[in-house]
Design a protein around this ligand. Structure first.
Ligand code: KIV
Length: 272
């Protein structure tokens, strides 16, 4: 456990608030399956996001749009079985909450009931305010997500930095306040200028967790497969790779192939 980390036994939405109040940064990573979740949780992460980035990372889609509610529930319930300490947040997938508040609530309830996760995340501000309120009224904690919101990628047209212009930055700030006022317990800010992200984090009482949003926010999130180097063709400036597993795994697997072909594996000691 790192120096600047208090030993919270179980992380709850209240813990995240306490962390912000005490100036302790929040660590968050994605996970989509049981095995990875046990490793990430065991390493002391505060929040595990069952992100709809599973659509890219696990299923090979170009965007997050195709993943379904049933698929998110499958990923989330696998993660839940591997976690003892971290707070688990699950993305409501595209199409499961935008059309009307009742459908949004039904989707959120399915995630909570069928996966056992602790909270949900939605992308957007004012446009989905009623859906957020409906979900919160049912006692389900909601994390917001502003800035680059990948479910709207076809509206943006690119994955470039958001809110560089005054007008979009103002809309982002007013959405952030609205999400806090509605009762969201935290907010993800994705790919926005560091100065703006810090301004939002300073303005809000709830924690702001950044990805490509600089170090003036209350915590950081990355996609696990990117930070351990399992993905290869993704090199945004904000990504720090802690391992190079793509190459390490490729080497290990080609060694296994060689060993099988040359009958080096299994050895006498590796058989009955
Ligand atoms: O789906 C996801 O992985 C996310 C993170 C990028 C924040 O929403």
């Amino acid at each position: 456990m790192s120096v600047a980390q208090k030993d919270y036994k179980k992380v709850t939405v209240k813990t995240l608030n306490d962390m912000k109040a005490h100036g302790e940064k929040i660590s968050m990573l994605t996970a989509y399956d049981y095995t990875m979740a046990t490793i990430v949780d065991g390493a002391g992460i505060d929040v595990i996001l069952v992100g709809d980035s599973a659509s890219n990372v696990m299923a090979g889609h170009k965007t997050t749009l195709p993943i379904t509610l049933d698929q998110m529930i499958y990923h989330a319930s696998s993660v839940v079985r591997g976690v003892n300490r971290a707070l688990i947040v699950v993305d409501l997938p595209f199409g499961s909450y935008q059309s009307d508040p009742k459908e949004a609530l039904r989707s959120a309830i399915r995630i909570m009931k069928e996966s056992g996760a602790h909270s949900i995340k939605v992308e957007g501000g004012k446009e989905i305010k009623e859906s957020i309120k409906r979900i919160l009224n049912a006692g389900i904690p909601v994390m917001g997500h502003l800035g680059l919101t990948p479910q709207s990628i076809y509206k943006f047209g690119t994955f470039s930095v958001r809110a560089k212009e005054e007008q979009e930055a103002e809309k982002l700030k007013s959405d952030a306040l609205l999400l806090q006022k509605a009762g969201c317990f935290a907010l993800v800010l994705e790919k926005v200028p560091a100065k703006l992200a810090k301004e939002v984090a300073d303005m809000l009482d709830i924690p702001v967790i950044g990805i490509g949003a600089g170090n003036g926010v209350d915590g950081q999130v990355l996609v696990l497969h990117d930070m351990i180097g399992m993905t290869k063709e993704f090199h945004p400036r904000f990504l720090r790779r802690y391992l190079n597993l793509y190459d390490d795994m490729t080497n290990a697997i080609s060694q296994y192939v060689d060993d099988v072909k040359s009958v080096d594996f299994p050895s006498d000691k590796e058989q009955y």
